[in-house]
Design a protein around this ligand. Structure first.
Ligand code: ADP
Length: 154
């Protein structure tokens, strides 16, 4: 059976923290599905088409990485793809507490799906999409925080 992992998030926008986690995990799984959430009640800074375009651009050289959109429960989405793993990144203890709760609840919803948490490289531990968005709203330079392939001001 193929080891398929879903990496869910908003990617609003994709950061070096996200891309590094996926790059490292790409050798651990047969397929990684980067799943861009489309939650109708959530306000995004960037439209879905930009979030998809940038995420695809960043992973275009990783042959086992796919970019898709989804809505609804992550475990239901995993089941629809026959994916048995949810991949998440950890920056610090706050992330750990949150991720542990989601992982435990997801495990209750579907015991067949395992959550795999990868510790971020310390170089990317300070990068938060929410702070990147604040810098963008104020026209700052985010080139140290987002992958070089994307230009958020295009
Ligand atoms: P959400 O929209 O669920 O708040 P994001 O879209 O920002 O989350 O992130 C999706 C995943 O990427 C999460 O597992 C998150 O922990 C991880 N992540 C975000 N930033 C980093 C980072 N700097 N280093 C490692 N993982 C990260």
């Amino acid at each position: 059976m193929k080891r398929i992992a879903v990496f869910p998030g908003s990617f609003d926008p994709i950061t070096l923290g996200h891309s590094h986690i996926v790059e490292r995990a790409s050798s651990l799984f047969d397929v990684i599905v980067v799943a861009i959430g489309t939650n109708t009640t959530k306000q995004y800074l960037f439209p879905l088409n930009k979030r998809i375009e940038w995420t695809e651009k960043v992973f275009k050289n990783l042959s086992n990485v796919r970019v898709v959109t989804y809505e609804g429960l992550t475990v239901d989405f995993c089941k629809s793809l026959n994916a048995n793993y949810i991949l998440r990144g950890l920056r610090n203890g706050t992330d750990f507490d949150f991720e542990q709760s989601i992982a435990t609840m997801n495990k209750t919803l579907n015991p067949a799906i395992e959550t795999i948490l990868l510790n971020t490289d310390p170089a990317f531990a300070a990068i938060h999409s929410s702070i990147v968005r604040e810098i963008i709203k104020n026209k700052g330079d985010v080139s140290s925080f987002v992958p070089p392939q994307i230009n958020v001001y295009e």
